[in-house]
Each structure stands twice: as structure tokens, then as C-alpha cells.
Design a protein. Structure first.
Length: 291
């Protein structure tokens, strides 16, 4: 199979990442079904499509015909079978929980046609941990988008030891076809490329903060104005989710046994308080205050 054989895409998980990935594919001309077990999340996803596309037209960033066709290309359902049974590619974008992903990929393996590629958008979990849940390990890989998926160009395509060249190349070409800039990782490495670099910055920022050297606001200001980053590490954690930072740190600690891999005390504190960033209204910064 080649990229020419890809027409129908299923996105599992309709949260912020999932519904934006789905809309990216729909805008590029693919028939997309976006599914989630929660109807209220699907409704939010559908509302996003219904508001985002007209805004792009109003700003002159998209033609009315492109917006109309994109909206016609995407549909939403709580039925995994309905969404995946005729998909050429499935992109999983559920929570960063290995057990959940293993269960889901086993279901997808039963539902999907034999040619279907199963890709995970996981930020850290390598596909070699997920592929054994299927009978098509050669057709499983990482396809990691960045938040917000409608804006960010980069996609990390990670080829596990089980992933075929054909699968990796098709996903790489699919990324380009939906207007993204893919990079190919020839082997798995924990955290991939970008998150390994970002994690190193975050660990040092947390250390400086925990030592009382500077406030998180001043650390963010320094990183933005000296390094040219669009936002500092603390603001970035609020965007991506402090809960994600906590789970990633705990998983890395469990794998390595290195105490230095544990989440920072302030991350643990905020995780327990459910101050997870923008998604909960408060993280390091307060998003409930009126501007």
C-alpha cells in the first residue's frame, strides 16, 4: 500500500489533540471519523469544527469551498466500530495510559481491515509497548503531533523495531499530505526528539524554582526573552497539562529507577490539588481571572 491507498481516517479520542488532528485530516481532503466514549467531548469537538472553519474563512485563510468540504469530510460518533471498521489509518489520541492503549489497540485489531495502519499520538509511550496487543505489529508506529495540532507543523514519526518500512513511509507521506513537517526517527527512544529536549529544560527550570533561585514567572520571562521561546517552561506545562508532566515523570522514574526522574515536588503538589493548567483553570498561572 502507498499514500494513494489512504482515503479514510479514524481518530480515536476527541479531546483537544484528537479533534484538531481529525480536522487537519479533513481539511486535507480525507474522509474522517472522530470517535470518543464521551458524547459531551464529541459535542465540544463538533463545536470546534463548526466555529474554527468559518473563522478561517472570515480571516481570509481559507476559501468557503474548502471550509464547506472540510466540514463535510468529518463526522463524529461514540461507536468505535462505526468509526474504525473501514479506516485505512487509525490515529489514537487517548489518555497517556498504557493499559488503556493496549485494550484499545486490541479492539482496533479486531475491528479494522487487515491493511489498516494503527498509529499512536502518544507523547512518550513507544509503539513497541503497544504493538503486541495486535496481530499486525508491522503496521503499528508512533505519529506524534504537537499541541495545538491545527497550528504546529512538526510531527514525529517513530519507527519501532516491529514497524515496517512501508508503514513508516506511508505515515511520513501522510503527514506531508496534511500540511505537516514530519521527521523520521529510525529507532525508538524514550521521549522522542522534542520532548527529550523540552524535558531537559523543564527539569533544570524546576530545579532552579525548587531551590528558590527565581520565581516561575521570572524563569519564564528569561526563557522567552533570552532564548526566543514562544513561552516559558511553566506556561508550557500549563498548556500541555501538569497532570501529563506528573505521569511522564512517574513513568520515567519507574523505568529508570533514578530518583532524579521523579516529578518535581511542585508538580506533585499541583497534581494532587488537580491544578493541572489551562484545562482546570489553574496551574502555575490562574486562568480564571479576567484580563
Amino acid at each position: 500500500m502507498t499514500i494513494a491507498g489512504i482515503n479514510k481516517i479514524c481518530v480515536v479520542g476527541a479531546g483537544n489533540m484528537g479533534h484538531q488532528i481529525a480536522l487537519c485530516c479533513a481539511v486535507a481532503g480525507y474522509q474522517v471519523k472522530c470517535t470518543d466514549i464521551k458524547a459531551e467531548i464529541l459535542k465540544t469537538a463538533e463545536n470546534f469544527a463548526d466555529t474554527y472553519l468559518p473563522k478561517r474563512v472570515a480571516k481570509g485563510k481559507m476559501t468557503e469551498e474548502t471550509a464547506r468540504q472540510a466540514r463535510a469530510n468529518i463526522s463524529f460518533t461514540t461507536s468505535l466500530k462505526e468509526a474504525a471498521q473501514d479506516a485505512d489509518v487509525v490515529i489514537e489520541a487517548v489518555l497517556e495510559n498504557l493499559d488503556l492503549k493496549l485494550k484499545l489497540f486490541a479492539q482496533l485489531d479486531e475491528i479494522c481491515p487487515s491493511h489498516t495502519i494503527l498509529a499512536t499520538n502518544s507523547s512518550f509511550i513507544v509503539s513497541s509497548k503497544i504493538a503486541p496487543a495486535t496481530k499486525r505489529q508491522d503496521k503499528v508506529c508512533n505519529m506524534h503531533f504537537f499541541n495545538p495540532a491545527m497550528v504546529m507543523k512538526l510531527v514525529e514519526v517513530v519507527k519501532g523495531p516491529h514497524t515496517s518500512e512501508e508503514t513508516a513511509n506511508i505515515i511520513f507521506d501522510l503527514c506531508k499530505d496534511i500540511g505537516k513537517m514530519p521527521v523520521m526517527l529510525q529507532k525508538e527512544i524514550y521521549g522522542f526528539l522534542v520532548n527529550r529536549i523540552v524535558s531537559a529544560i523543564n527539569r533544570e527550570a524546576m530545579y532552579i524554582y525548587d531551590m528558590g533561585v527565581a520565581s516561575y514567572e521570572d524563569i519564564d520571562t528569561a526563557v522567552v526573552n533570552a532564548l526566543g521561546h514562544p513561552m516559558g517552561p511553566f506556561r508550557m506545562m500549563d498548556l500541555t497539562g501538569i497532570d501529563l508532566a506528573y505521569h511522564i515523570g512517574m513513568e520515567r522514574y519507574q523505568e529508570s529507577g533514578d530518583p532524579a526522574s521523579k516529578p518535581s515536588p511542585i508538580v506533585v503538589e499541583k497534581f494532587v490539588k488537580k491544578e493541572w493548567g489551562q484545562k482546570t483553570g489553574k496551574g502555575f498561572y490562574d486562568y480564571t481571572k479576567k484580563k
